[in-house]
Design a protein around this ligand. Structure first.
Ligand code: ADP
Ligand code: 5GP
Length: 201
């Protein structure tokens, strides 16, 4: 493959995106696009690693100068994908992962028809609430807001190409890798390999 695959990964907060990606990203063929956000860092989060943490003014400046590939407002904050690195890394042949919510994903659907859309769902909304409570990074009020947002977001799952239920973690990680492998093997992504096979025929 000359160019990498653009992978759009969505899941309501607490569905295990971070946990799954921590494993998947050990493989250097993947590149994680660091988003920008106006929300405050959680304990343990680092600027430039988890997110680029920006003020509302800085974020709006980036929107107005066309620096965002997509952006959305979610739970009273802005979240967006800075455009620059995405194209650069795809051209280097790496698979770029955008970890974004559904409004942003639908913007990418319009702009990048070749992207692959993966939705990660929890086994149930009750289990999602348990995981958020156990994670302990949000107050109960914020958790309830995120849980009700989650039910709405899950209704968008049929618009994605693949749905993975994160029940047993190892199975969900295997499922994600299988999806990407299948995409790599698509004929449209194998043109160079076919040319190579036919060389000197
Ligand atoms: P997200 O990045 O989608 O917000 P996290 O990766 O932080 O979600 O996962 C939310 C919580 O659920 C974390 O405490 C994580 O350890 C836990 N978790 C993730 N996947 C599973 C799973 N398959 N079974 C049980 N707990 C899980
Ligand atoms: P969190 O606050 O839990 O880190 O993220 C909240 C939601 O924002 C998650 O669903 C996450 O996927 C989404 N998100 C993170 N970065 C972006 C982004 O760049 N664009 C969009 N549209 N959503 C994002």
């Amino acid at each position: 493959m000359d160019k990498g695959i653009l992978i759009v990964l969505s899941a309501p907060s607490g569905c295990g995106k971070g946990t799954i990606l921590a494993e998947v990203l050990k493989d250097e063929k993947f590149f994680y696009s660091v988003s920008a956000t106006t929300r405050s860092p959680r304990p343990g989060e680092t600027d430039g690693v988890n997110y680029h943490f920006l003020s509302k003014e800085q974020f709006e400046e980036l929107i107005s100068t066309g620096g965002m590939l997509e952006y959305a407002q979610y739970c009273d904050n802005y979240y967006g994908t800075p455009r620059d690195k995405v194209t650069e890394k795809l051209n280097e042949g790496r698979h770029v992962i955008l970890e974004i919510e559904v409004q942003g994903a639908m913007q990418i659907r319009e702009k990048c028809p070749d992207a692959v859309f993966v939705f990660i769902a929890p086994p149930s909304v009750g289990e999602l609430r348990n995981r958020l409570v156990n994670r302990g990074t949000e107050t109960i009020d914020v958790i309830e807001k995120r849980v009700s947002e989650a039910a709405h977001e899950i209704s968008f799952a049929p618009k994605y190409d693949y749905v993975i239920v994160n029940d047993v973690l190892e199975t969900a990680i295997d499922d994600f890798r299988s999806v990407i492998r299948a995409e790599e093997l698509k004929a449209i992504n194998q043109k160079n390999i076919i040319d190579e096979v036919l060389k000197n025929a």
